[in-house]
Design a protein around this ligand. Structure first.
Ligand SMILES: Nc1ncnc2c1ncn2[C@@H]1O[C@H](COP(=O)(O)OP(=O)(O)OP(=O)(O)O)[C@@H](O)[C@H]1O
Length: 434
């Protein structure tokens, strides 16, 4: 188990981590989320004894990392895949790590196979692509067959096959009873990989809870209801009936209604009583991404602004002018994809974030009032009125990508099928025989 108790780290005037306490338990994948600069890497470095906390402490298996006997056999970590001597081959790099920790050389070849790098094992790691370097970092983390693993952005730069592999690897390691702590900005991936989440913002704990609780505590569920096309009076009738029953119906872009405040059976009864035919009545549960965006919207430090492209409008011959809408869309045209964070026209804005009001960060200096405590500020539990995941393809309330479909079964990759593979590409993963 990993435990942080009152962890605080200041760099001069900058407080990177403030009074952070949590536990990461064995047997599940625990996701570590937070906006850029929120202190995730700093926290991981303190857990691994690479940075000294200003106050508080972190332990792994009850001891500070530096006091863990033969730590490389107990704890594996991927923090920065680029922190490798680029002049060494992948194999030489791993061999040097193995020798330092009394790990036999045959284990090096095992992990090279596990991460799919056996065919490039003799190549200088300095020439590796981002994804290959990431695989090498994962191999180093697995080298000592440790019980506790920390991964900082492990899927960074990996191809889809690699992402699926990492997802399954994390789950497998956790299923073997290991402690797996993994940071990522890929919400769709985290939703498929992690069971538990620790979320921080500006160095402070925002939530420490199971993924499913996090989603239901930070999102608004709704029902999508569709009356027959070409019968707007039916839609208006239903809108009125919903309002009368205490719910709210807002039209969506495609003509359906987004209904909040009423459970599905009640909507069905209302439609039946008003003699309204329904073409669709389906539940929508928010994605982890939506829930995360709602929780962290008040603690994001780095926000993009619109690109004004001052004086650079003249496009080179053969290129469309900069700032032009993608082909097929005119600016503001119905159907043009919304900008990030923009609510598409006709789509109901999400209900206000219950945390936005409580967030101590929006108007005050960081770290002023007490941060939310472990378990997070859970609003009154309403339970999911509908149950069931969102149907894929349902419009996302923020205009963002819908969640990825559930974890695909073990697909055989083109590599496994004997498809073409360049010498640069990682080879198929092999079973970790340890
Ligand atoms: N060595 C350092 N010296 C000064 N400031 C630092 C140092 N390391 C981190 N910081 C600052 O601490 C804050 C937290 O950084 P950290 O890298 O831990 O965030 P993060 O959550 O991992 O970010 P990202 O998601 O972008 O990787 C940032 O403001 C960063 O600039």
């Amino acid at each position: 188990m990993i435990e942080a108790v009152g962890l605080t780290k200041r760099y001069g005037p900058k407080t990177a981590v403030h009074n952070l306490s949590f536990q990461v338990r064995p047997g599940t994948v625990t996701g570590f989320l937070g906006p850029n600069g929120s202190g995730k890497s700093t926290t991981m470095r303190m857990i691994l004894g690479l940075d000294a906390p200003t106050s508080g402490h972190a332990t792994i298996g009850g001891r500070p990392f530096r006091q863990t006997p033969n730590a490389a056999r107990q704890v594996g970590a991927l923090l920065d895949a680029k922190a490798v001597h680029g002049g060494r081959s992948a194999r030489a790099h791993l061999l040097s790590l193995a020798q330092l920790s009394g790990i036999p050389a045959r284990r090096v070849d095992e992990v090279l196979g596990v991460v799919g790098l056996q065919d490039v094992a003799q190549r200088r790691s300095g020439g590796f692509s981002l994804g290959m370097g990431q695989r090498l970092g994962i191999a180093a983390a697995l080298l000592g067959d440790p019980q506790v693993l920390l991964f900082d952005e492990p899927v960074n730069g990996l191809d889809p096959e690699g992402i699926l592999w990492v997802r399954n690897l994390m789950k497998q390691l956790a299923a073997e009873g290991r402690t797996v702590f993994v940071s990522s900005h890929l919400m769709s991936e985290m939703a498929l990989t992690a069971e538990h989440l620790i979320v921080i913002g500006r160095g402070q704990l925002l939530a420490d809870m199971p993924v499913k609780d996090f989603i239901s505590a930070n999102s608004a569920d709704f029902a999508r209801v569709r009356t027959p096309d070409g019968a707007p009076e039916q839609r208006e009738k239903l809108t009125a009936a919903v309002a009368e029953a205490g719910g709210q119906a807002v039209p969506e872009e495609d003509g359906a209604l987004r209904v909040t405040g009423l459970p599905l059976p009640r909507i069905s009864d209302l439609a039946h009583a008003a003699d309204i035919r329904l073409w669709e009545l389906s539940p929508h549960q928010a994605s982890l991404e939506e829930a995360y965006m709602r929780m962290t919207q008040g603690v994001v430090d780095y926000r993009s602004t619109a690109d004004q492209r001052s004086g650079l409008q003249a496009a080179p011959a053969g290129y469309p002018p900069q700032g032009a809408a993608p082909q097929g869309y005119a600016p503001g045209q119905q159907g043009a994809p919304p900008l990030p964070g923009q609510v598409p026209p006709g789509v109901a804005a999400p209900p206000p974030n219950p945390y936005a009001q409580q967030a101590p960060y929006a108007q005050q200096a960081p770290y002023a009032p007490a941060a939310p405590v472990p378990g997070g500020p859970v609003p009154p539990q309403q339970g999911h009125p509908y149950g069931g995941p969102a149907p894929y393809g349902a419009p996302h309330p923020y205009g963002q990508q819908p969640p990825m479909p559930p974890a695909a079964p073990e697909l055989s990759t083109p590599f496994e099928q004997g498809g073409p593979r360049s010498a640069d590409q990682p080879t198929p993963h092999t079973q970790d025989v340890r």
